[in-house]
Design a binder for this molecule. Structure first.
Ligand SMILES: Nc1ncnc2c1ncn2[C@@H]1O[C@H](COP(=O)(O)OP(=O)(O)O)[C@@H](O)[C@H]1O
Ligand SMILES: [Mg+2]
Length: 477
């Protein structure tokens, strides 16, 4: 049921010195309680930051983490297991690097240009000698808003060689060149597209970034593009999300970039704020209604005006008063013509649930630090002889998951064999944490979270941990 002021979680904004703020209080208009802010000062600020979050009793920390602070914030999140980060650090995995975007897409079978990632530089060189050109070379790590500055086209091995000698990008990250019509930016809230536009390259060029002279327009974004963006947002379990989709000359769609940090008009950040207020209040605040293809209408407004317009609201379809617009307006979409308001049923705005366990633990996925260069001059990677980060194009692809996959029944058998933990308590765990796999994650990573559940004591959790270890040992046999 809808929460009272007292029951609402305590919110805090996550800020970093020198980093542009995505949200502020004005995006959360109507939130009845004080919203705290916690600012990360660069350098050695982890401990102090954690203390401040605890002292302010923050339940939910809202904000984007930039690439260069990503690994630090994974550590911080681990030390604050009670705090919900929005977006979660797992959702923000793609913010860190192009490598991470690629690994995310590989895991979920999302279409991307064929991509190669090498930490082992001699191996990359061998590959570049025998591969086909053109290729696109990119700097993997860093914020994605440099607008094509670290993206290069190479037409031959010698050009590739010269580029890597000069730029010393590490890892060596490159893709097949995809001839495309344009690329399309889609922004989503709760997996529902709320804004989308084409970015076209200037005549005879291939970079579509608007900062490189590309042009944008809002009309007739294809169904295949919106469908892919929704799929990507769901895979990332993102409360809000932006996705750049390449629309190929072959008619296929592929992801170029995706992240929670992106440039967005203020009215979109207002919608995200309203969405989060709805998500966190169990229905007390109203979900914003963002009709499909609203962007075609708003796109008619001069962008200088859109940059200042706030709290834009749309009515829901109602045959008596706005039927004249929403009810009669049809759109060619996919196979045929559909009524606009019907599309709101197809593209729902979902509530994104809190996640309790880590999907991308750094011990495994932070190849960048594991395989970092000794120094730029030598270009040598320590402890890397024939080893490299796994790549599905190679033979060294390893299995993604090391945690056991269990059915709910199997999990129930294990947990209810603990003395003092019966069906009732088991159901409470499932209610609190949601899915079976989330419970497994909690058992693996931070069992102390179970303390939040009524009836769980430290002793009981100890017993659960012991039982879980026994169970895993029994699997090894
Ligand atoms: N594999 C590719 N084939 C063809 N063009 C590409 C490819 N990858 C990127 N581009 C073009 O380069 C632009 C910038 O690449 P992107 O990966 O988005 O990097 P950035 O972080 O610099 O925006 C894209 O918007 C697209 O126009
Ligand atoms: Mg880009």
């Amino acid at each position: 049921m809808a929460l009272t002021n007292k029951q609402l979680p305590k919110l805090g904004f996550l800020y970093l010195d020198y980093v542009l703020r995505f949200f502020d209080h004005s995006n959360f208009k109507g939130w009845p309680n004080k919203i705290e802010t916690v600012t990360y000062h660069w350098g050695n600020d982890k401990k102090r930051f954690i203390k401040e979050v605890k002292r302010k009793k923050i339940d939910v920390l809202i904000g984007n983490v930039p690439a260069t602070a990503y690994e630090t914030f994974r550590e911080i999140a681990r030390e604050l297991p009670e705090v919900r980060f929005i977006p979660s650090l797992d959702t923000q995995f793609s913010n860190k690097s192009k490598e991470n975007v690629t690994r995310f897409a590989w895991k979920y079978n999302l279409p991307i240009p064929k991509t190669y990632i090498y930490y082992n530089r001699p191996n990359a060189d061998k590959f570049l000698q025998k591969t086909q050109y053109p290729k696109i070379v990119k700097k993997s790590y860093g914020p994605s808003n440099y607008g094509g500055y670290f993206v290069h086209k190479v037409d031959s091995y010698s050009e590739a060689r010269a580029l890597f000698d000069e730029k010393k990008y590490h890892p060596m990250y490159f893709q097949d060149f995809v001839p495309m019509e344009a690329d399309i930016r889609v922004m989503l809230i709760g997996h529902k597209p709320v804004c989308a536009f084409w970015r076209r390259a200037p005549e005879g060029e291939w970079l579509t970034n608007t900062s490189q002279g590309g042009s944008m327009d809002y009309n007739d974004v294809p169904k295949s593009v919106l469908d892919l963006a929704v799929k990507v947002s769901k895979a990332a379990k993102a409360e809000y999300w932006a996705c750049d989709v390449a629309y190929g000359k072959d008619g296929k769609v592929r992801i170029l970039e995706c992240a929670t940090a992106f440039a967005a008009f203020p009215y979109i950040r207002d919608w995200i704020g309203q969405y989060l207020m709805w998500n966190l209040s169990e229905g007390r605040f109203r979900k914003p209604h963002c009709p499909m293809f609203n962007w075609e209408e708003l796109g008619k407004i001069d962008s200088s005006l859109l940059r200042t317009m706030r709290h834009i609201a749309f009515g829901k379809y109602n045959s008596s008063y706005d039927g004249a617009y929403f009810g009669n307006k049809k759109k060619m979409y996919g196979e045929g013509a559909v009524y606009l308001h019907e599309l709101d049923e197809t593209y729902k705005m979902y509530s994104v649930d809190r996640r309790w366990s880590e999907e991308w633990p750094s011990e495994k996925w932070n190849y960048q630090d594991k395989f970092s260069l000794n120094n730029l001059k030598s270009m040598k990677v320590p402890n890397l002889k024939n080893e490299d980060a796994p790549n599905p194009t190679g033979e060294d692809m390893e299995s993604i998951s090391t945690t056991p996959e269990l059915t709910k029944k199997e999990l129930k058998n294990v947990l209810t064999s603990v003395k003092g933990l019966g069906d009732k308590k088991f159901n409470k765990i499932i209610n609190e944490l949601g899915k079976t796999q989330e419970v497994v994650g909690v058992l693996e990573q931070s069992p102390s979270i179970l303390l939040n559940i009524k009836g769980f004591t430290k002793q009981l959790i100890k017993k659960v941990e012991t039982k879980w270890e026994e169970f895993k040992k029994s699997l090894e046999k």
